[in-house]
Design a protein around this ligand. Structure first.
Ligand code: 5AD
Ligand code: SF4
Length: 446
């Protein structure tokens, strides 16, 4: 009898880029004879793909590594991958004796060999950047079979002063347009009709010949691509060409996630975001006038060094003026080695103040979403069924083109289908809807 195939379990933290990297790692290991399992107990190899963006993300991983040590099968190989691995390198090997491998985002090609070495008792830290590495020959093993996450760029060349990403993911580099198109064709052939292009500042994509506008046009032209999204863009990289491509490529969805970070020009400058409050608002205006019905979501940090009550008020006023459909809000978390940690100590915002601002910001954003969403009740729209709803009860979770979540009666057999629904109820953030057989035009406003 031959030995059973070894098993691997991957647990992913952080952003979609990490999810995509986990898909690549699993693909690589599947090609080397591993079976993926969805539980760590009993797995031969356990990989924890980590995030370093805020301190909280790292504390969670440390806690999780302790838990895994207590429950893992004797002799299992534990590897830490991703941004926290890149940031801490060999220090992690010293701190966690049950961890054999520490591998940064550019080191996954060596995974099978490093695991073999670990079986022989070797412990290794692989954290060299490889600017040529796009894992072109890997066949990702995808977690999601409705939408495909396709990385188009790795790393980041901005140097926002709060951000650890340039340190953990290295300099920006783009995949070749033809490779992205080829991957798109593959996912369409596998039955997916929605594609999400991924990059740290995805709209700065440039492969030497083609820019992001070319990429949107090329991916949008692949037969079978019905929805095209991208995340996350930087306001300064929305060239007229890119906006024109968004407006003319039918598959590009009417939603953009546009991180603002702050509404105070003084704080934006200190963050090295390279735009002003007015510049951000102007960018939203340009996008909205080119793409009717565009919904805009954002990321905002509160409590950045030197943020006064007045600065925070400026953030609130932009939030009210722009009307974000949704916002992800964070308390500033100092990351070792980033320029923000070297700002004068007297600029530090006390934690209670930051917490209070966070609560005010969340309430302001929620109030807007509620009003926006109430105003959409009765509207009909096309949704794509993504998965069974978490709260069960014969409901499926679907999404509109403009990124609203709608719960609709249905079952798992409908996953991947497009439906026309009428929005019948809202919690303020998500909707309930009823399927309608046919899409009727909306009455004219006014
Ligand atoms: N502290 C708090 N939030 C941060 N982000 C990035 N770095 C930090 C930090 N040091 C937020 C930004 C970014 C999102 C992914 O995480 O808002 O857009
Ligand atoms: Fe971090 Fe700024 Fe790069 Fe985004 S653009 S990854 S916030 S440095």
């Amino acid at each position: 009898m031959t030995d059973p195939r070894p098993t691997v379990y991957v647990e992913t933290y952080g952003c979609q880029m990490n999810v995509s990297d986990s898909e690549l790692m699993l693909g690589k290991l599947a090609a080397h004879g591993y079976d993926a399992v969805d539980h760590p107990d009993g797995a031969d190899v356990i990989l924890v793909n980590t995030c370093a963006i805020r301190e909280h993300a790292e504390t969670r991983v440390i806690g999780r590594l302790g838990e895994l040590r207590r429950n893992m099968k004797p002799g299992a190989i534990v590897g830490v991958t991703g941004c926290m691995a890149q940031r801490l390198g060999p220090v992690l090997l010293e701190k966690a004796k049950h961890v054999s491998l520490v591998i940064g985002p550019d080191g996954y090609r060596a995974l099978p060999a490093l695991i073999d070495g670990a079986r022989r008792g070797q412990r290794a830290s692989a954290t060299t950047f490889d600017l040529e590495e796009h894992y072109e020959d890997f066949q990702p093993r995808r977690f999601d079979n409705v939408k495909a996450w396709i990385p188009v760029q790795r790393g980041c060349d901005y140097r926002c002063t709060y951000c650890i990403v340039p340190t953990t993911r290295g300099p920006e580099r783009s995949r070749k347009l033809a490779d992205v198109v080829r991957e798109t064709e593959t996912v369409v052939a596998e039955g997916m009709s929605e594609v999400v292009l991924l990059g740290q500042t995805v709209n700065s994509y440039h492969d030497g010949e083609s820019d992001f506008a070319d990429l949107l046009r090329a991916v949008g032209a692949v037969p079978g691509v019905r929805r095209l999204r991208f995340t996350s863009p930087h306001p300064n990289d929305f060239s007229t060409r890119v906006i024109a491509a968004m407006a003319t490529v039918d598959a590009v969805c009417e939603h953009v996630h546009l991180p603002m970070q702050s509404g105070s020009t003084k704080i934006l400058k200190r963050m090295l975001r390279r735009y002003t409050r007015e510049g951000y608002v102007e960018c939203v205006d340009r996008l909205r006038s080119a793409i009717p019905g565009l919904s805009v979501t954002t990321d905002i940090i509160v409590g950045f060094p030197g943020e006064t009550d007045e600065d925070f008020e400026e953030t609130l006023s932009v939030v009210r003026a722009v009307g974000f459909s949704e916002g992800f809000t964070f308390k500033f978390s100092p990351r070792d080695g980033t320029p923000a940690t070297r700002m004068p100590a007297e600029l530090t915002v006390p934690d209670e103040v930051a917490s209070e601002r966070l609560a005010t910001l969340v309430a302001t954003m929620r109030a807007h979403s509620r009003v926006e969403n109430m105003g959409l009740l009765g509207r009909r729209c096309e949704v794509l069924v993504e998965k069974e709803a978490r709260r069960g009860g014969d409901l499926v979770q679907t999404r509109t083109r403009d990124f609203k979540t709608v719960l609709v009666p249905g079952d798992a057999s409908m996953i991947g289908q497009y439906l026309n629904v009428e929005l019948t109820g809202t919690t303020g953030s998500t909707f309930t809807g009823q399927i309608v057989s046919e899409r009727r035009p909306l009455p004219m406003a006014g």
